[in-house]
Design a protein around this ligand. Structure first.
Ligand code: NAD
Ligand code: LMR
Length: 342
């Protein structure tokens, strides 16, 4: 693939297909939860992104004013604004074409992502309700956990508001791909920049399924390697939660991953033809699972095409069967919450 932005890589055949584009199109991007562990470094990376012209930072914490003041001193052309509390959601979201949502509480050791549901479900519902009202055409990228449930919640909120476009709602699973690429490159002695491993399913435990058999460049794994790498990728979030020992979960690698996802999305919106990322989206790729993460092509309106899964090996087929009941239950839990909020 060819590097087309700071993080984004267009593949395949991008070199041939790439067009000359204006350096900057007006793009207003919001980060909701911008004062947090992910929100701050993500906002910095977006302040450095040439696709962005305005960066609107929102949080319930007044610290977001300081974050915006701090970032505004970086001599990059992105205009930064700060918005605190629900009363300022309108000012934040008006005119936004992309909204990235890392608002919500993170895990502590011993917790599953589903343990965050009770707090984060309401937060996502509230924020997406505001998006439906103030930027109904924006692309929404949800980071808040549990992603397997918060994305279905968002879809129900948007449906109820009459502005649901499945191409414009994505659960961010880029960190799973980033981790898979890193761990596979390390295990196999490959160039970190060249490795690409699709990760499908969802974003929790066994619903995270790296398709190691589809690794680019083509590599072979022993049964033991395949099992160990799959588990490490599935448990990588927990690895960070334990290392941070109660002070939160992955923030810097997540900001890096979300910045890559945002950049690919913005380039797709600008007409860059070969932008592909794995994401958790509405999907009919797997019967019975209305949402599923797989590789998608990003275009002017968000998701232009949801790719199929390709050929799975026996290990991956078994892992896929094993995950489905859990994934479907987490999706249904989100839908039920949104249809009948407490
Ligand atoms: P954090 O506690 O450091 O930051 C969260 C921020 O959200 C805080 O600034 C808080 O004030 C803000 N917030 C809370 N309620 C809000 C609301 N109603 N509106 C706006 N902002 C609100 O947490 P973090 O480490 O940044 O993690 C945030 C979320 O991202 C967690 O749910 C975490 O599990 C999730 N996460 C997801 C992935 C992924 O791969 N999708 C990776 C890492 C973390
Ligand atoms: C991650 O994968 O790092 C995030 O989902 C945060 C977590 O709780 O593990």
């Amino acid at each position: 693939g060819q590097r087309v932005g700071v993080h984004a890589v267009a593949r395949p055949g991008a070199a041939k297909a790439r067009r000359t584009m204006p350096a900057v199109e007006a793009k207003r991007v919001a980060v909701l939860g911008a004062a947090g562990g992910i929100g701050q470094p993500l906002s910095l990376l977006l302040k450095m992104n040439k696709c962005v012209t305005e960066l609107a930072l929102f949080d319930v914490a007044p610290l977001v004013k300081g974050v915006a003041a701090d970032l505004s001193h970086c001599n990059t052309p992105v205009q930064v604004s700060a918005h605190v509390g629900d009363a300022e959601l309108e000012a934040c979201l008006k005119g936004c074409e992309l909204v990235v949502i890392p608002a919500g509480v993170p895990r502590k050791p011993g917790m599953t992502r589903d343990d965050l549901f009770n707090i984060n479900a309401g937060i996502v519902m509230n924020l997406v309700t505001a998006c439906a009202k103030y930027c109904p055409n924006a692309i929404l990228e949800i980071i808040s956990n549990p992603v397997n449930s918060t994305v279905p919640i968002a879809s129900e909120v948007l449906k109820a508001a009459g502005c649901y476009d499945p191409r414009k709602l994505l659960g961010v699973t880029t960190l799973d791909v980033v981790r898979a690429n890193t761990f596979v490159a390390q295990a196999k002695g490959l160039d970190l920049k060249e490795v690409d491993v699709p990760v499908i399913g969802g974003h929790a435990g066994i619903t995270i399924l790296p398709l190691l058999s589809q690794t680019v460049p083509s590599v072979t794994f022993s049964d033991a390697e395949r099992k160990a790498l799959t588990s490490r990728i599935q448990d990588a979030g927990t690895e960070v939660v334990e290392a941070k020992a109660g002070a939160g979960s992955a923030t810097l690698s997540m900001a890096y991953a979300a910045a890559r996802m945002a950049e690919s999305t913005l380039l797709g919106m600008q007409g860059e033809p070969n932008m592909f990322e794995c994401a958790f989206v509405q999907s009919d790729v797997v019967p019975g699972s209305p949402f599923f993460a797989s590789r998608v092509q990003l275009g002017p309106e968000g998701v232009a095409k949801v790719n199929g899964l390709g050929q799975l090996n026996e290990f991956e087929k078994a892992a896929m069967e094993a995950m489905l009941p859990e994934l479907k239950a987490q999706i249904e839990k989100g839908i039920a919450f949104a249809k009948n909020p407490p």
